[in-house]
Design a binder for this molecule. Sequence first.
Ligand SMILES: Nc1ncnc2c1ncn2[C@@H]1O[C@H](COP(=O)(O)OP(=O)(O)O)[C@@H](O)[C@H]1O
Ligand SMILES: [Mg+2]
Length: 284
Amino acid sequence: MASFSVLFDRLRWEEKEILNSLQKIGQKAELVDVKSISFSLDCREDCALSDNVFVRCLSHYRSWLSAEILRAKGKYVINRPEVISVCMNKLLTTIALVKEGVPTPKTYVSFSTDSAEEIKEKVGLPLVIKPLVGSWGRLISLARDNSSFKSIIELREAINDPLEHIYYFQEFVRRPPRDIRAIVAGEEIVACVYRYSPPGEWKTNVARGGFSVQFKPSEALQELIHRSADAVGGGLLGVDMMESERGYLVHELNSNVEFRGAQSAVNFSIADKIASYLVREARK
Ligand SMILES: Nc1ncnc2c1ncn2[C@@H]1O[C@H](COP(=O)(O)OP(=O)(O)O)[C@@H](O)[C@H]1O
Ligand SMILES: [Mg+2]
């Protein structure tokens, strides 16, 4: 039997499901609120958490940095902090995908409003503008014309956060009103669904009201899913893709994957499969 601490900051349906699934198969598992604990960094012994820590904080920074601390203290941490630090940052994710030859939307980055303007002149509109760190489609904008482009840049400049002043642009991929979410646990593709946008919304995030439909990925798509997961270091991941004229494009990897939408589309328990993966991976 292995023992697990599931670390959270805001308790979601997913964490409760995973806890239940772990307990159902006889594992020792507890939920721990990262906000209720503190660490001293100069000793390994002060940490009351279990040997295996599954990091599930909503805050990307809490996830990444608590994973770093806990591994330094000798815990077995899932996902690995290197994987979290790449997945939480869209720029680092794109670099990792491009390096491994994984097809991804055309992406441009600039460090000033002047060079953002130059990208717009060179590439043309529409352009998707994304914060480097974020989820649920929040603060992602579509600049369709010069006026909306200017307003989006002005808004971003007004935010008092240096990360918001690094501009990450993407071609607006001409795709059906859906994207693809695959949930991967190590070598296993646990589930694969189409996610459809709700009416009047171009983004397909389930958090924005999208809905999911299961499908069986082709062999080529399975291979792409595995290559994408490997490109960021593997683990328990959500791989998000779009269908385009150039074939599948991978636009995001999620190291803290939500699966309520995917669960509504399949007739097996995704949490059970995740729990089995955690047990396979765990330090006994
Ligand atoms: N380049 C793009 N072209 C068209 N649609 C996009 C593009 N990038 C993102 N989207 C849509 O916006 C959603 C959110 O983008 P994503 O990069 O996954 O950010 P988040 O981390 O906020 O989920 C995607 O699921 C997809 O529906
Ligand atoms: Mg996404």
